[in-house]
Ligand binder design. Structure first.
Ligand code: SF4
Length: 490
């Protein structure tokens, strides 16, 4: 078998999810679907950072060079073991056509202890498959692990020194149970990569344990596919497909559905927007002035950066605020600068910007949660922030409970409802078009600005301001469109 067709830990885990995915990963390693976007690359980078921090826990370890070829790394590892190394970082082994590199391998009184480092805040089922293939290859090299553990981030840790950043979970028993299936799975996967593209029907495995990047190659593009029914996640989608229901119009008339999904079915059947008579009443809380529109962008880092934050805690770092009053339209915005804690400044700017509003429109409960976070972090402004919280009015449930347009495609996210209801406004002219990208870009600006050329910093900053501003602009225009629909429905 050629070198490129051998399995690795990553390929094995891909193959456990789906043999078709494995085949594409082996035979099309440069496929566009496999190229990490900025969000995935940031996850990789954070994982590398977490791995480096984890290594500082073990004194005297020998770090094997990941930059060398697989064969060289295996040889380097053998030499380190021969030289008596008892703590190895990234040691590489091969057996049965599988190449693995362990995060940490160390010998103690009990024998060899295998540690897999993860940047998640808990152990996940897929981590066991990951550790099991390593344990199998180690065992085949005569290094049977006595203990296998996942070293993950400790959700109870608080920056800067509130406890241990890491927590270790022993998965020896789970790995032992899983290993009984490993030799058979390895043989099956090696046969798959040596053969033609296998047929695998789409199913739950396309979404679990992670969304498959080849989703669009295997699932029909049909806008009325049952997966676009409101509130059906992967499990319900597959259950419908197993009942022979592949399209929304395949649903039996008496199928029990949430109100919004029933409205969706009516809209699709009629090919037109459905508006309930209740819309006008639902819009009453928005008929005040001054009326504000608020949107936050946040950061969430694996290794927390500001006081009191835990791994992956979200923190507000940007807002956009529009306010409509008798004086016209006013816009205010804030985007953090530099690595220092931005929350006291953002809280103060927010309180000042929204002080005169009688109601403040948000889209979902996200902003309310962030304002509550700020109350805890900036206690001196807590009364003002509570007053702001009391003024919030959420536009999302107004749409979800009263309006369905066929263009929503089963989702009430602002990106999905904007174009159908406000056709002349979209996000397509922007560079940053979703909150996850915004979050990564803000973190880059705040914490690694010195690695970004000045002209790019200015460009990213402008892109972030434009994106957040578009969100509040979108809310404003949506409210206007809804008022139009309400007047037509009444
Ligand atoms: S979309 Fe589903 S069937 Fe297709 S490769 Fe991915 S996991 Fe396999």
């Amino acid at each position: 078998m050629p070198e490129r067709a051998r399995l690795t830990k990553t390929l094995f885990v891909a193959g456990v999810q789906c043999h078709r995915k494995l085949w594409w990963q082996v035979h099309e390693p440069t496929a566009v679907e496999l190229q990490p976007d900025i969000v995935l690359q940031d996850l990789f980078d954070q994982g590398t950072h977490v791995g480096a921090l984890a290594r500082t826990r073990y004194a005297g370890g020998v770090l094997l060079d990941r930059g060398r070829s697989r064969d060289e790394r295996v040889a380097d590892t053998a030499r380190a073991l021969e030289a008596g190394a008892t703590v190895l970082f990234e040691p590489a082994f091969e057996a049965d056509g599988v190449h693995v590199a362990a995060d940490v391998l160390r010998r103690d009184d009990q024998g060899w202890r295998l540690t897999e480092v993860k940047s998640s805040s808990s152990v996940k089922p897929e981590h066991v498959a990951d550790a099991a293939i390593q344990a199998h290859v180690l065992s085949r090299n005569g290094l049977e692990p006595s203990t296998v553990e996942i070293l993950h981030l400790n959700p109870g840790f608080t920056h800067p020194d509130g406890g241990d950043l890491f927590a270790a979970t022993d998965v020896t028993a789970e790995v032992r149970a899983r290993r009984t299936t490993v030799p058979g799975e390895v043989a099956a996967q090696l046969a798959v990569v040596a053969g033609p593209l296998p047929d695998v029907a789409p199913g739950l495995h396309c979404h679990e344990p992670r969304q498959c990047p080849f989703h669009d190659r295997c699932w029909p593009a049909d806008a009325n596919h049952i997966r676009h029914l409101y509130l059906v996640g992967p499990k319900k989608t597959v259950a419908y497909m197993q009942r022979g229901i592949h399209r929304i119009d395949d649903l039996p008339p008496d199928e029990k559905l949430p109100d919004a999904a029933r409205r969706q079915r009516r809209a699709l059947a009629g090919g037109t927007v459905v508006v309930e008579r209740t819309l006008s009443h639902a819009l009453a809380p928005f008929a005040v002035a001054p009326l504000g529109f608020l949107d936050f962008e946040t950061i969430a880092r694996a290794v927390p950066v500001w006081d009191g934050m835990s791994p992956w805690t979200m923190a507000a770092a940007q807002f956009s605020y529009h306010e409509v009053s008798a004086d016209g339209l006013r816009h205010e915005e804030f985007l953090a600068e530099g690595p220092l804690d931005a929350r006291p400044v953002i809280a103060r700017r927010l309180v000042e910007a929204t002080r005169n509003a009688r109601a403040v429109v948000t889209y979902s409960a996200f902003e309310k949660t962030r304002i509550r976070d700020l109350q805890a972090v900036v206690p001196e402004l807590a009364p003002d922030l509570r007053a702001l919280e009391a003024k919030l009015v959420d536009l999302l449930p107004v749409i979800r409970n009263n309006v369905y347009h066929p263009g929503f495609r089963g989702s009430f996210s602002i990106k999905h409802v904007l174009e159908p209801l406000v056709p002349d406004l979209s996000y397509t002219d922007l560079v940053i078009v979703n909150g996850m990208v915004a979050s990564v870009e803000i973190a880059r600006l705040l914490f690694v600005a010195d690695r970004i050329p000045a002209h790019e910093r200015d460009r990213v900053r402008a892109d972030l301001l434009a994106y957040c501003q578009r969100d509040t602009e979108a809310m404003l225009r949506l409210l206007h469109a809804l008022r139009g629909l309400a007047s037509g429905a009444s």
